[in-house]
Design a protein around this ligand. Structure first.
Ligand code: MN
Length: 321
């Protein structure tokens, strides 16, 4: 771990009067957990911390999630992005970031460019941002109370798919052992963060999987999520959790992808790889703004569905040949 970078960033934040922590717009479990955990520790040291973001129903019950602010206002001495990069911020977080005298990042995405920040703590090989924050806080000598431990465990669970993916390391499991030893309710968290679904989510998954397409002799499985279906079921992003994974889990599949129509007419593409295909590279071939990890990546595009599906198919075919 980059101890020096971690400590430099934590020390700088501890001396900043007003700190804003934010994930990307529509933050996932790793981002929400990392932001709220770091906020707890900094607040305990007397720092005034705002956490920006709108947690979905999956995360709203977590410790301190109700303190998250949808649109941060005013000026901050430092703005730090956790688990994402500056190109994926909400408009209000982006405005605060651009005005801040100190701009930092704590992230493990390979697509994140450290040179775009004043203080960058980026570890592309880290399993999750929560794992980075955990090691950073332990090295810093911070006390981790049960709520902080719970929040850190959330990101670890989320980014490993409950310790299922090949980014699960001995270090990941040692951290989990430590956090569970501090009283974290692993079974409840794993169920609520990764597997819980609303009735409408079950119906949505059934509709999407019933229309899913097999391409490249079943090595690529594509699912389309029409906006009309989302609206009819009154479903939101959190109701899609696990759907792209279930496509990638089909026997013989190398890559699964879902194409989710957005209210603004754009398309949000999520890709998962179960083999050698680098889906981050696939996402970046669709649009340069695509990003993520080798085995889990995404991209947003304005271009038509059929064209994007053909491009993904072409890129996956080339990667497999
Ligand atoms: Mn992450």
């Amino acid at each position: 771990m980059s101890d020096d970078r971690a400590i430099a960033l934590l020390e700088a934040l501890a001396e900043t009067p007003e700190v804003l922590l934010t994930g990307p717009a529509s933050p996932d479990g790793d981002s929400v957990g990392a932001c709220l955990a770091l906020a707890r520790v900094l607040r305990a040291r007397g720092v005034s911390v705002t956490v920006a973001g709108v947690p979905g129903w999956r995360y709203r019950w977590l410790p301190d999630a109700k303190t998250m602010v949808p649109k941060p206002e005013g000026d901050f001495g430092a703005v730090v992005i956790l688990d994402g990069d500056r190109h994926r911020l909400s408009p209000s977080a982006d405005a605060a970031f651009k005005r801040a005298p100190l701009r930092g990042i704590i992230d493990h995405h390979a697509s994140t460019l450290p040179q775009e920040y004043d203080l960058a703590w980026v570890e592309p090989h880290a399993t999750s941002t929560c794992e980075m924050v955990y090691h950073g806080l332990v090295t810093w000598g911070a006390a981790l109370d049960l709520d902080t431990a719970t929040l850190l465990h959330v990101g670890s669970l989320f980014d490993t798919g409950c310790f299922r993916y090949d980014n699960t390391t001995p270090s990941t499991l040692a951290m989990a052992a430590d956090l569970i030893g501090r009283g974290v309710d692993h079974a409840q968290l794993a169920t609520k963060i990764l597997f819980a679904k609303r009735w409408r989510g079950l119906k949505l998954a059934a509709l999407v999987t019933s229309q899913a397409e097999r391409r490249l002799d079943g090595r690529l499985i594509l699912g389309h999520v029409p906006l009309a279906v989302m609206r009819e079921l009154d479903a939101v992003k959190d109701d899609l959790e696990g759907l792209v994974e279930s496509l990638a889990d089909v026997v013989g599949a190398e890559v699964g992808g879902i194409f989710v129509e957005q209210a603004d007419g754009s398309l949000k593409v999520s890709l998962r790889s179960r083999g050698s295909v680098d889906v981050c590279a696939v996402a970046q071939r669709v649009e340069p703004s695509g990003g993520g990890h080798r085995k889990a990546a995404g991209v947003r595009t304005e271009r038509p569905l059929a064209q994007i599906q053909a491009e993904v198919e072409q890129a996956v075919a080339e990667a497999l040949s």
